[in-house]
Ligand binder design. Sequence first.
Ligand SMILES: *Cc1c(COP(=O)(O)O)cnc(C)c1O
Length: 220
Amino acid sequence: MDIRKNLLRIKAELPDHVTLVAVTKTKSVELIKQAYDAGHRQFGENKVQEMVEKQARLPDDVEWHMIGHVQRNKVKYMAPFVNLIHGVDSLKLLKEIDKQAQKHQRKIACLLQIKIASEESKFGISKADAHALLISDELATLKHIEIKGLMGMATFTDDENIIREEFKFLASCVEEFRSLERSNVTFDVLSMGMSGDYNIAIAHGSTMVRIGSSIFGSRS
Ligand SMILES: *Cc1c(COP(=O)(O)O)cnc(C)c1O
């Protein structure tokens, strides 16, 4: 795997308004360092423990993205440094993130993960539940979180029509929620697209793609 070459090829392909999060889960610090040395700074992990260990061994200017499902009792470990938490799926979790961010006198940026796939294995909340969360009075009291947008994962399938419909649906949620923007809620980020489907995601309005295997090779 020529990590540098893969990374630079993908970056050259992406439109300017799309941010690349290089997904490094299961990959060693040595491999991540190759991407870092090629100039990349945004990395994504799906387990808090693994991210914390790698963060300690990589330079401070790395931006760490938590892209996995987050347990509330793990938030405290990443609160000092995490750049964006993509998988927020409840007000309870947001309250914990707010509490931990406050301890470090910072604001933590979050995305709400909407369940767009039909598969049981994918996390996320329904559009209706996201709407209820966004209009709740309690959300306004959380001064140490900032909701920046939405995240979603399409069904793992060869059927591009299914993927297209799911991404379209997520993009339509962003448009609908835009009227709910307030001081700690904006919808500038739409995190959708992985190695197998990022071109479709970008065609439907993605502003952030999360790509692992096309850069680092397949995971065992
Ligand atoms: C693993 C993972 C990715 C990257 O998947 P690839 O197919 O390797 O690009 C993206 N998003 C999430 C949430 C992931 O868990």
